[in-house]
Write a protein that binds this ligand. Structure first.
Ligand code: FAD
Length: 362
């Protein structure tokens, strides 16, 4: 799978600048994701995958997310959302629901998790046999492309997940998606008013979606994708220093050292977070706290790498078509994840409460 991911990453990387310019990922990239078996990989072998969501495969998943993140962060975001959706359906869904999603992925479809809402939110009106959705999802990656998203709907008993079957291209409004980077992730608004859902679309029980450690602990995956972009920036920086015969300058060497150390530090944290995510012997609070620290470390390291690379390449790193220009825009945008202050301060509280030791020997 890693070899196939490298081949896929080459295809996605070659198409990345065009995707950024047009705001849309080439169909050839989606076809390659399907043909290489990567989109089916998160399903268990029973459903045609290789069990990439299984606890013992999280380190492989980490490597795959890094490779795709290094090729095109927008593709990595969509793939990460797809993996999250398949994991949720596999964990909480019924056999027919998993089979139904696996069938559409085998035919080239993708899933994703659309949780973010505007102030009005997404509601359900009706009774338990059949509900009418009313409202929108915002910042929905793959809006207009993804036909089988998982959407969250609030209820008095907690969030409920519905696996929808949408007509791709319908209901999407991209007018509000005007970001600095990650344009090709197509994270637009979807109006779900009028969609009917019932027990056959409902995945699991109310409250399953936010069950810990899976809800917050899964954040290691976007850190892995971001790390892939950091590693790619460092490689490009070194290559451009060599090309300009600037690699022996002591100030440049210091920046290269900072980039290499930042990437490797992040790798240690992200790989350990992936390992802990799958460790059933750990308490959920400890897993969540460790992941929250991983978010904090990854964000700081990514900001440091971008600063070093931009200062070290100068204006040329801010000019198209230098890929450093695009990757920095994508990474700066993708780093903006929900409630970073809360993630950091909750992790600190967990240390104070004795839920997470600061070292293995303590
Ligand atoms: C490329 C991309 C793709 C995305 N795709 C999806 C998707 O497919 N599905 C989906 O559901 N979402 C998606 N999102 C949205 C994502 O999950 C988050 O909702 C979004 O990134 C939040 O960003 P924010 O900076 O506005 O976060 P915020 O949480 O608003 O944070 C902004 C700042 O405010 C602080 N803050 C937060 N709350 C408070 C408060 N109450 N009081 C004081 N300070 C506060 C934070 O710590 C931070 O400093 C995507 C986002 C991006 C960037």
């Amino acid at each position: 799978m890693l070899q196939r991911t490298k081949e896929f990453a080459q295809i996605a990387g070659d198409a990345a600048s065009r995707a950024d310019a047009t705001g849309s990922i080439d169909q050839a990239v989606w076809s390659a994701l399907c043909d290489t078996g990567i989109s089916m990989a998160p399903f268990s072998p029973d459903f045609g995958g290789i069990g990439l969501s299984d606890p013992n495969q999280q380190t492989t998943l980490c490597a795959i997310l890094r490779l795709i993140g290094g090729a095109d962060l927008a593709v990595a975001r969509l793939f990460e959302g797809h993996v999250n959706a398949v994991m949720l359906v596999s964990r909480y869904g019924t056999r027919p629901q998993i089979e139904s999603l696996a069938r559409s992925v085998k035919q080239g479809g993708l899933s994703g998790v659309w949780g973010a809402e505007d102030a009005h939110g997404l509601r359900r009106l009706g009774n338990s046999a059949s509900w009418l959705l009313e409202g929108k999802k915002i910042l929905a990656s793959g809006a207009g492309v993804i036909a089988r998203p998982l959407v969250t709907v609030g209820s008095p008993d907690g969030h409920i997940l519905y696996l929808l079957n949408l007509e791709a291209g319908k209901r999407a409004d991209m007018s509000s998606w005007t970001p600095l980077g990650m344009k090709a992730s197509a994270s637009g608004t979807i109006d779900l008013t009028g969609v009917i859902v019932g027990p056959s679309e409902q995945i699991g029980d109310a409250g399953n979606y936010m069950r810990q450690p899976f809800f917050s602990g899964g954040a290691w995956r976007f850190c892995a994708a971001q790390l892939g972009a950091m590693e790619q920036l460092t490689e490009l920086y070194c290559a451009q220093l060599r090309a300009r015969s600037r690699e022996s300058d002591p100030y440049q060497l210091e920046r290269v050292a900072h980039c290499a150390a930042a990437c490797r530090t992040t790798l240690f944290w992200v790989e350990e977070a992936a390992r802990q995510f799958a460790d059933e012997n750990l308490k959920p609070a400890a897993i969540v706290a460790f992941t929250n620290f991983t978010r904090m470390v990854t964000e700081r390291a990514a900001l440091d790498v971008m600063e070093c690379v931009q200062r070290g390449t100068g204006l040329s790193g801010l000019m198209r078509p230098n890929p450093i220009e695009r990757i920095c825009r994508d990474l700066a945008t993708y780093l903006r994840q929900p409630v970073p202050d809360m993630a950091m301060s909750d992790a600190a509280r967990a240390v104070l409460a004795g839920e997470l030791a600061t070292g293995a020997l303590l």
